[in-house]
Design a protein around this ligand. Structure first.
Ligand code: HEC
Ligand code: HEC
Length: 340
């Protein structure tokens, strides 16, 4: 419990959106090399609609007709969220483009909206919105989870989160938790990125480029390095951990672990999952008892696997789930076990 409390404190202070928080804590929230003006301590948090029916997701709410012009997309590698079924849409204001000149660090036009819908056993529970309301402050994005009413007549922004939403056992995160995962990449969105849109069958990346929505032509194919379980493990760590553990993240002050893939990575050995793990001493060893992040061939002595919930430790990822992902855990175990 102590460990959990410390972690929660660390995350809250690092990802704090509260404008009344001490300036020092807010300084920590800056994502290192973000190309925006230095934020003022008094920047007000972004505000946005209180009802989903006011967000523009649907052109006809009653029949759940998604507005024309919204771009439906799936991520190539899924984030585990208690086994939810998800749907996602992107809206870009007419005539605007995403600045993707840095292929791994996209910057979005003001007015961008991204939606993500969560269903549990088919039941519509929450729809999340990230909406860029301005440029150049620390609080550029309105972020909210809209929790559906039982009768489906609308969904309401619940900034304080909801436990066991609609009796599904799923907890809807608080607004401050959105910041923890969405403020540690260059500009808010995590799955709207070259690697995550690179599914070869659906090719959402190619579709965005063809629609004239990218400033720079993306690579025609993107492959995660490696094969078999190595490839699966790198993809899993990218999707589930890379939004917090990456070279631009303020969490680098706490651990240099880097699990985010870059388009330029061609071999597993070039990725942070290799260069920042094997033989690297844990900064937070007390959490799991392991002294190294990865010990080749020995998952049971590797902090990376242990922190994913294999023991009685502060589980990684630290928020967003009530259950751990059995498939992901087994992928990581096999990857480390087979490493020699
Ligand atoms: C544990 C980390 C985590 C938390 C907490 C979290 N998200 Fe996300 N979110 C992600 C990741 C990773 C993706 C991309 C992968 C995916 O969509 O499955 C994502 C995707 C999204 C998307 C689709 C656009 C994009 O960035 O790809 C929206 C919209 C979104 N989240 C909104 C929210 C809101 C609003 C909250 C808070 C209520 C929230 N998220 C909390 C990790 C998180
Ligand atoms: C919401 C942000 C967030 C996400 C997502 C996240 N982590 Fe972490 N992680 C942290 C923070 C903050 C720390 C440092 C404090 C601590 O050790 O609890 C940390 C520490 C760690 C450490 C200890 C590193 C050391 O040097 O001691 C490991 C290992 C780790 N995380 C693995 C993972 C893995 C694997 C995933 C994905 C399955 C993941 N994390 C997802 C925030 C996150």
């Amino acid at each position: 419990m102590r460990a959990l409390a410390t972690l929660v404190m660390a995350i809250l202070s690092a990802g704090c959106t509260d404008p009344s928080a001490p300036v020092e804590a807010r300084e920590d929230a800056a994502v290192g090399s973000r190309d925006v003006a230095a934020p003022e301590p008094g920047d007000p948090p972004a505000t946005g609609p209180t009802l989903l029916s006011e967000t523009g997701l649907y052109s006809d709410f009653a029949s759940r007709t998604v507005s024309p012009g919204l771009f439906a997309f799936a991520t190539r590698y899924d984030l585990w969220s208690d086994g939810a079924q998800k749907a996602r849409w992107l809206y870009l204001p007419p005539g605007t483009k995403i600045d993707n000149a840095q292929m791994d660090h996209w910057v979005f036009p003001v007015g961008t909206k991204a939606f993500k819908e969560f269903r549990y056993a088919g039941k519509l529970v929450e729809t999340r919105l990230l909406m860029k309301v301005r440029d150049g402050t620390r609080h550029d994005w309105w972020q909210a989870a809209y929790v559906w009413k039982e009768d489906g007549s609308d969904a309401v922004a619940r900034l304080d989160g909801v436990k066991d939403a609609l009796g599904t056992g799923h907890n809807v995160p608080k607004q401050a938790d959105c910041t923890s995962c969405h403020s540690r990449v260059r500009d808010g969105l995590v799955g709207v990125s070259a690697i995550q849109l690179s599914d070869p069958t659906q090719n959402p990346l190619g579709a965005l480029a063809a629609a004239g929505r990218l400033s720079t032509a993306p690579p025609t194919t993107i492959e995660v390095p490696g094969a078999g379980v190595v490839k699966d493990a790198l993809a899993y760590l990218h999707a589930n951990c890379g939004h917090c553990h990456n070279a631009e993240s303020d969490i680098q002050k706490q651990t240099e672990l880097d699990l985010r893939l870059l388009v330029s990575h061609k071999a597993p050995e070039e990725t942070g999952a290799y260069t920042t793990t094997v033989g690297v001493r844990m900064k937070h060893a007390e959490e799991s008892g392991a002294t190294e992040i990865v010990v080749k061939g020995a998952p049971e002595r590797s902090g990376l696997w242990l922190r994913m919930g294999a023991g009685d430790v502060t589980v990684m990822p630290p928020i967003g789930n009530q259950t751990m992902d059995p498939v992901g855990l087994e992928t990581i175990r096999q990857w480390i076990a087979g490493w020699n």
